[in-house]
Design a protein around this ligand. Structure first.
Ligand code: C5P
Length: 286
């Protein structure tokens, strides 16, 4: 049967405000999110026997029922009454446990691909509802490339203003446990006031400048959980004399640039100073 392949992009949280805890144990968020050119590939090949399989080119990624792409396929098959089956293959380029949303993105791409290939006919809202049950970050990958995420992550508002930005990603070989970082946020004695989102949105035309206004409420929590990461972020910021932010609950860090050459220059500088993988990527165009 014919294989169908699609890109599965990474995300960064340009801002992330934790507004409080919810009765369901999750946290209420407001986050400005951008999808990136850094991507995994998802390939689906339908099969007739109703069996769903998953393979991955990265042996460190589990391919059992804990994998969100596999769970996405099963959830869609259940929701749409599909009995066809599929072989799913992932080519991983997005580091795991980095706050770049790789697993959630793979789930969203799997839902979109299989909705077409299996001819389920579900609209984006229905896919997002299935996605939200799989993980808080799945729905945002069905939107974008720049949007505001609220609630647990299921309320998404597109940002019409384009963000023409280059991103230097610092990708340390450190992993952050998302639940541990949220628990550390709960234990923080106080939470600083944050600028209104309007101010940030108005500054998106100049990515290098807006970088000074970006924030992530999970940053102090992630640094408390992982002091090595705190030290790396401080060294990175010092090396380039500019702000560095954490994405999601970490461990990837980033800074925004206006042009590809300036991003390349910073990535070289940071790679040498930190002895850590640094990628230059762009925000996906609208
Ligand atoms: O939904 P997801 O599986 O990505 O969430 C992982 C963990 O992150 C949750 O178990 C919870 O501890 C935390 N979380 C949260 N509030 C959110 C999203 C995630 O507390 N809005």
């Amino acid at each position: 049967m014919t294989a169908h392949t699609a890109r599965s992009p990474a995300k960064i949280n340009l801002t992330l405000r934790v507004c409080g805890t919810r009765p369901d144990g999750f946290h209420e968020l407001e986050s400005l999110v951008a999808l990136l050119s850094l991507h995994d590939l998802v390939r689906v090949t339908p099969r007739n026997d109703g069996v769903i399989t998953l393979a991955c080119d990265d042996p460190t990624i589990p391919t059992d029922e804990s994998n969100l792409a596999l769970r996405a396929a099963r959830a869609l098959a259940d929701a749409a009454g599909v009995e066809t089956g599929v072989d799913i293959a992932l080519a991983k380029r997005i580091p795991a446990g980095a706050g770049l949303g790789g697993g959630s993105s793979n789930a969203a791409t799997t839902l979109t691909l299989l909705n077409d290939v299996w001819r389920c006919g579900l609209d984006r809202a229905a896919l997002a509802e299935i996605g939200a049950d799989l993980g808080s970050d799945v729905p945002l990958f069905l939107h974008g490339p720049v949007c505001v995420m609220r609630g647990r992550g299921e309320q998404l508002e597109p940002v019409e203003r384009p963000l023409d930005a280059w991103v230097v990603l610092i990708l340390p070989e450190l992993h952050c446990s998302t639940p541990a970082v949220y628990r550390a946020w709960d234990a923080l004695p106080e939470h600083p006031p944050r600028p209104k989102l309007d101010r940030i949105l108005a500054g998106l035309d100049t990515p290098r400048e807006v970088m000074y206004a970006l924030f992530n409420d999970l940053e102090r929590a992630a640094f408390a959980v992982n002091p090595e990461l705190a030290e790396l972020a401080a060294r990175a910021s010092e090396a380039i004399g500019r702000p560095i932010r954490l994405t999601g609950s970490g461990a990837a860090l980033f800074t925004l640039c206006d042009t590809a050459p300036s991003a390349a220059g910073l990535a070289l500088e940071l790679g040498q100073t930190l002895q850590t993988r640094c990628d230059v990527v762009s925000v996906l165009p609208a």
